[in-house]
Design a protein around this ligand. Structure first.
Ligand code: NAP
Ligand code: ZN
Ligand code: ZN
Length: 350
C-alpha cells in the first residue's frame, strides 16, 4: 500500500504553499523510509516553484536538502538501518549503468538522473521533495549524516554543501590557491567554509560589505564589495578560481579579468539569461569558463564526512510551514543568513 504523507504543495507556478497530502510508494526491497526532520530552502526551489526555468510539474513539493531518520527498511536493504541519521540530496535515482553512473557522477547520468522533485521516476510517477514528513528512497541514494552534525544544520549540505565542495575539489582548491566566492548566500557561505578548510586563500565578492563580519568568521581572508567599481580594477589577475553562486547577470569580462594566468571561472549559480563575454578576456591569460552541477553520491558522502571532521555546517534560520512563502521572498531579496530550513513537524495540520 502506498503511504499518504502530509506535505506542503504549490498547486501552480508562483502559488502560495498549501498544506495537503501526497502518496509515497510502498516500501520496495531496496527502499528506505525516512522520517524527515528538516528540509532546506534552496534558491533552486524558488526558481522551479515559480517556473523560472521553463515548464514545471504541479502540484510541486520542493525540497532537495533533506535530513531525517530511517524509520523502516525494505527486506533487501543492507547499508541502512532503522534509527540511522540520513540525508537525501538533489536526485533519488539514476540508470546506474552508464559511464557517468559507474564513475560515481550520477548527477550527469546519460539517461538523466531522477530529480528529487519536479521530476519523474523511470516508472513515470512524479517525484515529490522534502517539504513533507516522510520520503521513500532507494538505499543507494541515501547519505549517512555523521553524528557530529545536527540534522538542521546538516540539511543544507545536501545541496549547498556538495555544490561548492565538488568544484572546489575538482579545480584543486588548496594551499597556495586563491579562490573567490561570488555571492554570500546559501551556497556562498558553504563555499567560504569549505575553501578555507581545504587550505585555500579565500575571498568573498559580495554586492556589499554588510555580511563581511560573518564571512570573515567563516574563514574568508578578504572580502570585497562588487558595488564598488574599484574592486574590479584592484583585483585584476588575482584569482586562480572564481566560483559564482549568483543567479543574476554578471559583467563577465570584469570577472574574467580578475583571473590569474590559467585561472578558471566556474558557474554554479544559474542565471536565467544568456551570459556574454569577449573572447579576448579568455585568450589574454589562457583562462577558462566552466560550470558544475551538484555532486555524485560518493563525493557527497565524502563532503559530509569532511564537514564533520572540520566542524563545518550551515548557518540556518529554522522556520515553520507557515513561513515558507515569506522565506522565499526573503531569499530573493538576499535577506537570509544563510539558509532557511523548514521544521517538517509543523507541516501536518493536526
Ligand atoms: P541565495 O541564497 O539566494 O544566494 C545567492 C547570492 O547571490 C545572494 O546571497 C547574493 O549574495 C547574490 N546575489 C543576489 N542577487 C544578486 C544580484 N542581483 N547581483 C549580484 N549578486 C546577487 O541562493 P543559493 O541557494 O545560494 O543559490 C544560488 C544559485 O545557485 C541559484 O541560481 C540556484 O538555482 C543555483 N544552484 C545551482 C546548483 C548547481 O548544482 N549548479 C545547486 C544549487 C543551487 P550577496 O548578498 O553576497 O551579494
Ligand atoms: Zn539546491
Ligand atoms: Zn547513468
Amino acid at each position: 500500500m502506498p503511504l499518504t504523507v502530509p506535505a506542503l504543495l504549490a498547486r501552480s507556478a508562483g502559488a502560495k504553499f498549501e498544506r495537503g497530502t501526497i502518496e509515497r510508494r510502498e516500501l520496495g526491497e531496496h527502499d528506505v523510509l525516512i522520517d524527515i526532520a528538516y528540509a532546506g530552502i534552496c534558491h533552486s526551489d524558488i526558481h522551479q516553484a515559480r517556473e523560472e526555468w521553463g515548464s514545471a510539474t504541479f502540484p510541486m513539493v520542493p525540497g532537495h536538502e533533506i535530513a531525517g531518520v530511517v524509520s523502516a527498511v525494505g527486506s533487501g536493504v543492507t547499508t541502512r538501518s532503522v534509527g540511522d541519521r540520513v540525508g537525501v540530496g538533489c536526485f533519488v535515482d539514476s540508470c546506474r549503468e552508464c559511464a557517468r553512473c559507474q564513475a560515481g557522477e550520477e548527477q550527469f547520468c546519460e539517461r538523466g538522473m531522477v530529480a528529487t522533485y519536479n521530476g519523474r521516476q523511470y516508472s513515470g510517477e512524479p517525484t515529490y521533495g522534502g517539504y513533507s514528513t516522510q520520503i521513500v528512497v532507494d538505499e543507494n541514494y541515501v547519505l549517512r549524516i555523521p553524528d557530529e552534525l545536527a540534522l538542521d544544520v546538516a540539511a543544507p549540505l545536501l545541496c549547498a554543501g556538495i555544490t561548492l565542495y565538488s568544484p572546489l575539489k575538482n579545480w584543486g582548491a588548496g594551499p597556495g590557491r586563491r579562490v573567490a566566492i561570488v555571492g554570500m548566500g546559501g551556497l556562498g557561505h558553504m563555499g567560504v567554509q569549505l575553501a578555507h578548510a581545504l587550505g585555500a586563500e579565500v575571498s568573498v565578492l559580495s554586492q556589499s560589505l554588510s555580511k563581511e563580519a560573518d564571512g570573515r568568521s567563516l574563514g574568508a581572508d578578504r572580502y570585497y564589495a562588487t558595488s564598488d567599481p574599484e574592486t574590479f580594477a584592484r583585483l585584476r589577475g588575482q584569482f586562480d578560481l572564481i566560483i559564482s553562486t549568483v543567479s543574476a547577470d554578471l559583467d563577465m569580462d570584469a570577472y574574467l579579468r580578475m583571473l590569474a594566468f590559467e585561472g578558471s571561472f566556474v558557474f554554479v549559480g544559474l542565471p536565467e539569461n544568456k551570459q556574454s563575454f569577449r573572447v579576448f578576456s579568455l585568450t589574454a591569460g589562457r583562462r577558462s569558463i566552466s560550470g558544475s552541477n551538484i555532486g555524485g553520491i560518493r563525493q557527497t558522502q565524502e563532503m559530509l564526512d569532511f564537514c564533520a571532521a572540520h566542524g563545518i555546517a550551515s548557518l540556518v534560520e529554522t522556520i515553520t510551514a507557515d513561513d515558507v512563502d515569506t522565506a522565499y521572498d526573503r531569499v530573493v531579496a538576499s535577506d537570509v543568513r544563510y539558509r532557511f530550513v523548514i521544521d517538517t513537524s509543523t507541516i501536518p495540520t493536526s
